[in-house]
Design a protein around this ligand. Structure first.
Ligand SMILES: Cc1cc2nc3c(=O)[nH]c(=O)nc-3n(C[C@H](O)[C@H](O)[C@H](O)COP(=O)(O)O)c2cc1C
Length: 183
C-alpha cells in the first residue's frame, strides 16, 4: 500500500473501518477506544458494530452500567484506534462520542441483537445464568446503549518497507482537509 495523494489515506481508512464493522472475522473488528476519566486516560477493547463513512459515524454497543458511560457523558471527546496488521495500517479516529439509549438508532441496534447478546445486558455479578423472561428483557433493554463516535479528525499511518506515510485529516465545512504529516 502506498498513497499518491493524501485523500487516498482518508478513503482507505473509511474502507478499512467499514469492512471491519461488516465482517466478524476482520482483523480490526475489535478496536481500542480511549476516553478521559477523573483518574486520567482510559482505554478498552470494543467491537466495532457499524460504520457509516458518509455520516462519519462509528458505532459500538455497551452496557449503560459500565464506568465508561458516565465518563463519556462528562468527557465526550474520544479516540478510536484500529490497526490492520497485514497492511501495517494504523487508523486513529477522534471526535465526539454520544451515549444513545433511546430513539431510532438505538431501536434499530436493539432489534438486531441475538437473544444471547441481549442476555449479556441483564447479567448481574451474582446471577450469570440469565433466563430471558419478560422482566429480564425489559432490564436488558434499559441497560443496552449505543456509543456513536462522530469523527472529526483522522490520523492515518502506514508502516511501509520503503518508508512510512502519515496523513492527518480534519472535517471542515463539509469536506475532509488532509495533509501529509511526519513522523
Ligand atoms: C475482545 C473484546 C471485545 C469487547 N467488546 C466490548 C464491546 O463491544 N462493548 C463493551 O462495552 N465492552 C466490550 N469489551 C469489554 C471492555 O473492553 C471493557 O472491559 C468493559 O466494557 C468495561 O470497560 P469500562 O470500565 O471502561 O467501562 C470487550 C473486551 C474484549 C477483550
Amino acid at each position: 500500500m502506498s498513497w499518491e495523494h493524501e485523500m487516498a489515506a482518508v478513503a482507505d481508512s473509511w474502507e478499512l473501518l467499514a469492512a471491519a464493522a461488516a465482517n466478524h472475522a476482520h482483523a480490526c473488528r475489535v478496536i481500542a477506544l480511549a476516553t478521559t476519566s477523573d483518574v486520567g486516560p482510559k482505554v478498552r477493547s470494543l467491537v466495532l458494530r457499524q460504520c457509516e463513512p458518509d455520516l462519519r459515524s462509528l458505532i459500538c454497543y455497551t452496557d449503560i452500567r459500565s464506568d465508561k458511560v458516565s465518563q463519556i457523558r462528562q468527557w465526550p471527546s474520544a479516540e478510536l484506534l484500529a490497526y490492520e496488521p497485514s497492511e501495517r495500517l494504523q487508523v486513529r479516529a477522534r471526535g465526539r462520542l454520544r451515549v444513545v439509549s433511546r430513539g431510532a438508532l438505538w431501536r434499530q441496534a436493539w432489534v438486531q441483537l441475538s437473544e444471547r447478546q441481549r442476555g449479556e445486558y441483564c447479567r448481574t455479578i451474582t446471577a450469570t445464568d440469565v433466563d430471558l423472561g419478560a422482566d429480564s428483557v425489559a432490564r436488558a433493554r434499559r441497560n443496552f446503549a449505543v456509543l456513536q463516535l462522530q469523527v472529526k479528525h483522522l490520523d492515518v499511518l502506514q508502516i511501509g518497507r520503503a518508508g512510512h506515510q502519515r496523513v492527518q485529516a480534519r472535517w471542515s465545512r463539509g469536506a475532509w482537509l488532509a495533509k501529509w504529516a511526519l513522523p
